[in-house]
Design a binder for this molecule. Structure first.
Ligand code: DON
Length: 449
């Protein structure tokens, strides 16, 4: 038993806690769904490093149903872009049930891609060409999200094709209302097929983790959709993924999520985890009762609510030392003048806008009032995005212009300060060095060195 079993233990505990919940009904409007084992219950979590954790019936197969919607929306956004998709499918919460007639009064545009009307239009927008038929594209995309080849439950497909008159009626209404350049009525059959794609709870966790991981499947490394598309899909899941309970879910659980009538439920913690549950007893909104309870509790337990962010504050800057603080600021000998102290700031981890602001603020706290020297130690920084790089280069340049001798311990040259780097906007008086000591020595010997 490894240390990481503690993560599985958290899932096991929730499984124990909610397995006794017997509330809810099996979906029966697609008859084979009513044959599901009402006791089935699986939970899974996949990290951004591709670590997999699961418990219960996490390998049991069931059909995607509405959990297919965000992934087909991702495909449409990847192919056509947000502006074009947005012309035909809005992104407003409908506040209505999944199968409601949520269409704009004059245009017939569906409210969002998570309700059936919007999902049918989204499916219709996927190109259908002889060399790449629409459903082939969809199945490929769903499979890449899951990280393995998925297939269709033909019995469930055939059954929905026989009983899906309400969805066909929706498609006819959409076609009658608006100038959609593709045929939603023809696309309904493809929509039924995407709903009948078979997955396990672990597959769902991988699919959610891929959205949380900027569109890159953390198990396979496959860049399934571009990062902006993953963010767009998560945004629509956050506001519309739980239908008429989306607001309450975002308030209490705080994660983008999507449910399906076979009992699957996913939630994504952006840059953290993909979560999934399967249990086929549904509440009146068509969401798994145990899944809703377990993922809600898991978010609370792991502190995943998007609007809470307590772990990040203070984790970027690991040292702020003024030149008067002998314990931390590097001391450098300066000939007969003896040893001189240099102010220092150290940072760690990945630097984005928020982290760069912390570093710049810390530099101001540490810097000498007038002239003097400061070293920024970036040796434990793992990544600097373009926004953070520009901010840090500009802030360090300002310090240098204020007369503060400024050097960076940046062996990987993450700020691209070395002469000859293509980037503009740095300051010639700011230099990168392999170590804090060398950076401090250069500060003391003067920028001419
Ligand atoms: O469109 C339908 O009725 C189903 N194939 C999917 C609906 C669904 O999963 C709604 N989600 N909770």
């Amino acid at each position: 038993m490894g240390a990481a079993e503690a993560v599985t233990d958290a899932l096991r505990e929730l499984h124990r806690r909610f397995a006794g919940l017997r509330d809810g009904q099996l979906a029966d409007y697609i008859p084979p769904l009513a044959l599901a084992d009402p006791g089935a219950f699986g939970l899974a979590l996949i990290s951004m490093d591709g670590h997999r954790y699961s418990t219960g019936d996490a390998d049991a197969l069931f059909t995607l149903q509405s959990v297919s919607k965000p992934f087909v929306y991702a495909l449409a956004l990847s192919v056509l872009g947000l502006d074009e998709v947005g012309r035909w499918v809005n992104a407003e919460p409908s506040g209505e049930a999944f199968n409601a007639i949520s269409l704009e009064p004059v245009t017939g545009r569906p409210d969002n891609a998570m309700v059936n009307a919007g999902a049918i239009v989204t499916t219709a927008l996927i190109p259908d060409t002889p060399d790449a038929p629409r459903f082939g594209r969809i199945l490929d995309c769903l499979s890449r999200f899951a990280g393995r080849r998925l297939d269709v439950d033909e019995q469930v497909y055939a059954s929905e094709a026989l009983t899906g008159d309400r969805n066909r009626a929706l498609a006819y209404l959409i076609r009658s209302a608006g100038p959609l350049p593709v045929d939603p009525v023809a696309a309904v059959e493809t929509y039924f097929r995407q709903c009948a794609v078979r997955v396990t709870t672990l597959d769902l966790a991988a699919m959610a983790a891929t959205l949380a991981h900027g569109g890159v499947n953390p198990l396979t490394g496959d860049a399934v959709v571009p990062e902006p598309v993953a963010a767009q899909v998560l945004a629509v899941m956050a506001t519309c993924g739980m239908y008429d309970t989306s607001g309450d879910w975002l308030l209490r659980v705080g994660l983008p999520a999507k449910s399906g009538v076979s009992g699957g439920l996913i939630a994504a913690g952006p840059a953290r985890f993909g979560l999934a549950a399967y249990s086929p007893l549904l509440d009146p909104t068509g969401t798994s009762v145990r899944g809703r309870a377990a993922l809600g509790a898991l978010s609370e337990r792991l502190g995943l609510h998007l609007m809470h962010n307590p772990a990040l504050a203070g984790s970027t800057v690991t040292l702020v030392a003024t030149a008067d603080e002998p314990s931390a600021a590097p001391a450098v000998s300066r000939g007969s003048a003896g040893r001189e102290r240099v102010a220092a700031v150290a940072a760690q981890g990945a630097l984005d806008f928020t982290a760069a602001e912390r570093v710049l603020y810390a530099l101001d706290e540490a810097r000498p009032r007038e002239t003097g020297a400061v070293v920024l130690d970036l040796r434990r920084v793992t990544a600097v995005d373009t926004v953070a790089r520009a901010m840090l280069r500009s802030g360090l340049g300002r310090l240098a212009e204020d007369g503060v001798r400024t050097a960076v311990a940046d062996p990987a040259d993450r700020l691209a300060l070395l002469p000859g780097t293509a980037e503009q906007g740095g300051h010639p008086a700011v230099r990168p060095f392999p170590s804090r000591e060398e950076a401090a020595a250069w500060c003391v010997s003067g920028p001419a060195g």
